[in-house]
Design a protein around this ligand. Sequence first.
Ligand code: BES
Ligand code: ZN
Ligand code: ZN
Length: 497
Amino acid sequence: MNINIKIGNAEKTLTDMLVFYLYEDIKTVKSTLAYCDKALNNAITELIKKKEFIAKLNKTLILPTYGKIPAKRIMLVGLGTKKDVTLDKIRQAAGTTTGIARDIGIKEVTSAMDSILSEWYPAYTEGCLLSLYKFQRYKNVPAEEKKELKSLTLLLSDKKALASAREAVKHGQIIAGAVCFTRDLINTPAQDKTPSVLADTAKKLAQELAIQCKVLSKPELKKLGMSGLLAVSQGSYQPPKFIILDYNPNAKNQDTIVLVGKGLTFDSGGICLKPAKDMDQMKSDMSGGAAVMGAIKAISKMNLPQRVVGLIPCTENMPSGSAIKPGDIIKLYSGKTAEVANTDAEGRLILADALSYAEKYKPCVVIDLATLTGSCVIALGTVATGMLGNNEELKKRVKIAGEKSWERVWELPLWEEYQELIKSDIADIKNIGGPYAGAITAACFLSKFTEKYPWVHLDIAGTSWCDKNSAYTQKGATGVGVRLLVQLIQHWTRFPK
Ligand code: BES
Ligand code: ZN
Ligand code: ZN
């Protein structure tokens, strides 16, 4: 969809649908809406007075204009009460607008931006574009059923606001584009996004962005001793790949931020096979890796001044005659040994190698994203991402970025007592910690490989996938992590040593 920005009068604008945003607690129609209301013999004032339209969040009403103004229809969209408005409510109201316009077959919309502050434009743009996302690569949709909203015009009244509005909308477009890129990768079936395909996708992305990309294949992984990744992949026909994306703007005093993403392109559980129910969702076990790619795409397009390195270990986890077996012991890249008590706890094995490898970049901070545990879904559901880490300042920054982007995180404790649970009788550690506190014991495992730098782990098992449509998210991949990481790095200040 094209987004244009225009200065003009709503009552004179020729458009298929003219959209106005209203607050629940402001009953009088003002500014540009007042002119349109008058032309419609006060129809809007009447509807509000008679409570036929109450401007609760995401409530809408569409009225025909019968040629009384050039716009064919007016759509009223509720924002809720003025004091309670948040950026995410703007994102939702925006998504509601474009989602409905598309569904009723409208091709072109104009939004009167009177009630939308200019600092909300990025979120507004994100909401509009994300609401239109659909994963239809594998669906034969008959031409007559294809519905596409082709153009959105933001109508402003102040000429001086034009330049900053353009910039804000551009930011929103970059972020939404990156989220959709991430959603596409996650929604793609495992058959079409093997580790080799993902590696090629990363190379193509790097070319498009003019950044560095290196892919480590099996012989190099063997030489380096990345046995966590090799062990998890050994049951699969598909060879593992270790993707390294490096966005380095070479800015003065830049910090180096390493992002690590779990890239399990399919997690069957391995020899500890998962139940068949919902196993198809395990194509999304590379959501962390996909979010890292999406975030780097946005960060690079925004020309942010920090160096951001993405490390994505990619593999399938499959059962076969060559698969790792419960009880096997592997020597990870760091030199530590791990007893594989459960082959379904594979994410931490590949992340351990990547987290140790991260040291090479002398990072000021490392953040990993992973669909790591079902236990995190039980603890926090699909609303909050689980956060654990070893540095208060970094946790604070991630928490704030989560609130701002509305990809909220909730901290779980990483206390010493939990480390007891992953002790092994025959190796340095084991990869499961018993029936309780699974999200925490998984992070305990990772913490053994992150002692050299400030680190935060984000368990996105619950937030990366959703089962129902909402204002700007559809069933399937959410693309969680991209908005949070971009928000975090966009407002980055030098990290204290
Ligand atoms: N990929 C799964 C975690 C997961 C579960 C992600 C549900 C998304 C939705 C992970 O590899 C896994 O299987 N974890 C096990 C660990 C257990 C064997 C200790 C789990 O959480 O059940
Ligand atoms: Zn697993
Ligand atoms: Zn997994």
